[in-house]
Design a protein around this ligand. Structure first.
Ligand SMILES: Nc1ncnc2c1ncn2[C@@H]1O[C@H](COP(=O)(O)OP(=O)(O)OP(=O)(O)O)[C@@H](O)[C@H]1O
Ligand SMILES: [Mg+2]
Length: 242
C-alpha cells in the first residue's frame, strides 16, 4: 500500500526563500488525507514539491520508503503518484476523448489497455461519454473538473493528489466529485486532497492537516476537526479579514 512521508521540508520558488518552513506530514495508505488552510499557506506548494516541480532546499520525501526528492515529475508519476492541479487542467481545443488519450501517453502502445480504461472512464462519467467528441474547452466547470481527474486516473495511480476538488463547482457537483473520490478510496486508492472548502475536506478526510504560513498549525483525525468545525471556519474567516 502506498505511503508518503514528508519530513522537515523546506521548499520555495526562489533560492533562499522557503515557502514551506520545515514541514512534516504523512499520507496514510488507503485513506483520504486532507489539507486545509488560508490562501497562500503553502498547500499547493506542497503538492508541487511532492510531484517534483520544485526541488526542496532541505528535507526528505519518501514514497513507499524510497526518497523522491530531486526526481522529475515523469519519474514520480511512474512510481504511481498522480497530481491533479488546481482548476481544470485540460487541453481546451482538443476533444474530450483526445484529452483522455493523452492521459494514456505512458502506455500509448497498449491498445487493449487504452480501450479498457477509456471504456471504464465513460462508465464512471457518463457526461464525458456523451460529450466525447466535444472540445474540452466547451465543457461545464463540473465536467471539466471530472475530465481533469479522469485523465490523470487512467494511469491507475496508487496515490492521487487533488488540489481543490471543489473550487468553482456547485454544491451538487462538489458532492459528486467527493463521492467519486470516496469510492476510489474504497477501491484502494490513497488520496491527498487540498481544499479551501473546510466543510467538505473535513467530511471526507480521515486525517487532516491545517497549514498556516508554511507550517502545520493543527493536525488530527477527522473528529478532532469536525468537533471544532465552527471555530475552525470562523478563525479562517477572521484570518482573511485581517
Ligand atoms: N510560481 C510562484 N512563484 C513565486 N511564488 C509563488 C508561486 N506560486 C506560489 N507562490 C507563493 O507561495 C506562497 C504559497 O502559495 P500556494 O500556492 O502554495 O498557497 P495555497 O495554500 O495553495 O493558497 P490557495 O488556497 O490560494 O491556493 C504564496 O505566498 C505565493 O505567493
Ligand atoms: Mg492552492
Amino acid at each position: 500500500m502506498p505511503h508518503l512521508t514528508v519530513e522537515n521540508l523546506r521548499v520555495g520558488y526562489i533560492p533562499g526563500i522557503d515557502i514551506l518552513q520545515g514541514l512534516s506530514l504523512e499520507v496514510k495508505p488507503g485513506k483520504i488525507t486532507g489539507i486545509i488552510g488560508p490562501n497562500g499557506a503553502g498547500k499547493s506548494t506542497l503538492l508541487k514539491a511532492v510531484f517534483g516541480f520544485l526541488v526542496p532546499h532541505e528535507g526528505t520525501m519518501l514514497f513507499n520508503g524510497t526518497p523522491i526528492q530531486g526526481q522529475s515529475p515523469a519519474e514520480i508519476k511512474k512510481q504511481g503518484i498522480s497530481y491533479i492541479p488546481q482548476g481544470a487542467n485540460n487541453f481546451p481545443f482538443l476533444p474530450v476523448k483526445e484529452n483522455l488519450l493523452l492521459g494514456c501517453w505512458t502506455f500509448r502502445k497498449d491498445k487493449a489497455r487504452i480501450e479498457q480504461v477509456i471504456e471504464e472512464t465513460y462508465e464512471l462519467f457518463p457526461a464525458l461519454a456523451k460529450k466525447h467528441r466535444q472540445r474540452a474547452g466547451m465543457l461545464s466547470g463540473g465536467e471539466a473538473k471530472m475530465l481533469s481527474i479522469a485523465k490523470e486516473l487512467v494511469t491507475s495511480p496508487t496515490l492521487a493528489m487533488v488540489d481543490e476538488p471543489s473550487a468553482g463547482l456547485s454544491p451538487i457537483i462538489t458532492d459528486y466529485v467527493y463521492e467519486f473520490l470516496a469510492k476510489k478510496r474504497d477501491e484502494g486508492l490513497t488520496i491527498l486532497i487540498v481544499d479551501q472548502n473546510i466543510q467538505k475536506a473535513v467530511e471526507y478526510s480521515e486525517y487532516l492537516y491545517m497549514f498556516e504560513m508554511g507550517m502545520v498549525k493543527m493536525e488530527g483525525d477527522q473528529h478532532v476537526f469536525s468537533d471544532h468545525i465552527r471555530e475552525i471556519i470562523r478563525d479562517s474567516l477572521v484570518g482573511e479579514d485581517e
